[in-house]
Design a protein around this ligand. Sequence first.
Ligand code: UDP
Ligand code: MN
Length: 406
Amino acid sequence: MGGPGTHGGCCSTSDLCRWCVPFPRRRSSVDRGCSTLHYDSDLPPTSIIITFHNEARSTLLRTVKSVLNRTPLHLINEIILVDDFSDDGSDCQLLTKLPKVKCLHNTRREGTYRTPQVRGADAAGAKVLAFLDSHCEVNKDWLPPLLFIVKVRTSALTNLSIDSFYQDPLIAGGLFNFGDLEIVPCSRVGHVFRKKHPYVFPEGNANTYIKNTRRTAEVWMDDFRLFYYSARPAARGNIRGRVELRKKLKCKSFQWYLDNVYPELKVPDDSDSRSGPIRQRQNCLESQREDGQETTILTLAPCVTKEGVPSVNQEWVYTHGQQIRQKQLCLSLSTTFPASQVLLLPCNVNDGKQRWQRSGTHVEHLTSRFCLDSDLALDGLDSSRMLVISPCELSAYTQRWEGPVS
Ligand code: UDP
Ligand code: MN
């Protein structure tokens, strides 16, 4: 358990590898002392399932070797590689030269979290299954803490101290061991976080992401899905089949989940926030991430809509806390002198410099009382396509904005 996560709470251990606990650790004290724990050698043997599609050879080898080197061999029933129809089908077979390794091939690409894992599970000889992404490096003692818990859960023992793990509110990726979702802090697995996927998404990266997250919101979040739509206004629509499945399975409500599984989650109060493009004539405020750059810049570009929906990087949310937000970034300033550049910085509700409000046709920056101005954004020079604040001037058309800011 534990593993990748696109959300906070991650600490980097090297350039390539990050190991994260995806949520604030509820009982962080249990992290200490892992190295002094000793695990029962009588633990259930496990089938380790690794699915992959176009994984780099060296990375796949490293994953498998780390499992073989750092897991007590008697606990590995087998390592099942499921090649999800990679372009080069030979890697999987080659790896069967390693001890305990078996290989399965899909005859068409099935994608993550669906059939490859299930296929591996069907073929597994052990009762306990563990799943890893194909770009991991397991740490020493990664498996025994997991198996210890499986043993506790599946046996009638009640006297064991089980204060060494806690419920996990969600699954953070492809690394998991079967059963309830729990975090076992002493089980550590490194996962390579990539900037790019080595495969294509059939409907494009952004669309696939929106479709998947929208499905989660629609199927699971009940009324709380409004928070999702306020963060991702471009995602709309219905996912009927899945909604019906949830009903049929009589799953508990999202409120139950919040009360019982994830009581720490603070429900935001900006459900009544407004969203849309922030427009000046035919141009719109747009976030741009330049190739190879870490930072996202704010600029003005021709407005783009597709079937009436603004493009994702031109859609802004005006929050209850008077921030102008897009995903986790907010319109911000580092200095408040006239002509200071408006930046996109991580949203922080306590940062007064991120607060804006409408004043007539203008968008006023609250602490400086200056106005959002596109003067420099419009002079055509690439180096100065930036938004600034300037003293408010009623007649300046570069300060006039239409949009959700109120
Ligand atoms: N994967 C797969 N088929 C696909 C896409 C991915 O079998 O069509 C595998 C991939 O090689 C990895 C796991 O599924 O072992 C999870 O995918 P990935 O690591 O790309 O997801 P991320 O960790 O980036 O969320
Ligand atoms: Mn991964």
